[in-house]
Design a protein around this ligand. Sequence first.
Ligand code: GTB
Length: 217
Amino acid sequence: MTITITAFERSPDGGKGLARDTRIRWALEEVGQPYEVRLVSFRAMKEPAHLALHPFGQIPTYEEGDLALFETGAIVFHIAETHAGLLPDEDHARARAITWMFAALNTVEPPILDLVIAKFVERDKPWYAERLPLVEDRIRDRLAPLSARLGDADWLDGPFSAGDLMMVSVLLRLRASGMLNDYPNLAAYVARGEARPAYKRAFDAQLAVNTGKLPSS
Ligand code: GTB
């Protein structure tokens, strides 16, 4: 059955891979599943046809036959559950990998998003300079224990899993801030994720869309 995801017609990052369709592309590449991409404009995202797929009018969405999903966590989980390669077979290892997916989305990503919002939306506020270090501290409160847990392992819990895919995707948004440099094992962890052939294919595919060099699928 054909899988179709949605992505920005033109991503505000110009193809740096930070828009969330990249995680879905990466998961699909990891499991060797071909997919098509429907590009949507910011206006189209808020129109009824897209709102029927995504109640909040965002990307990415995922369609496969009569199944329509939104939320990258749910989409990556679905891909991992229905294809081999992203979740271990053993019950407890599988539950732990899923736990890391939730940790990435619920515990690590929120303060990182707070920083992104602060930098893009709050820069002109009189309290910006005072608040910024507080936001950065909340990120360090997550990075320090994550770094301690990862230690010198390649991945968070045994072989690469959907938990790593999600955690690397979340950490990538910190690159511009330079904050990862204070945690060399996390910087190396992110680089290991980016070096995976599946990530590279996903990145190149979204870049091609944003530079107009290739068709979208
Ligand atoms: N929780 C949802 C999920 O994980 O699927 C969040 C989805 C989401 O935030 N989608 C964003 C969106 O559609 C695109 S990815 N925004 C449009 C809107 O809300 O109207 C977030 C994003 C956007 C831009 C960059 N960038 O340019 O660097 C990076 C990430």
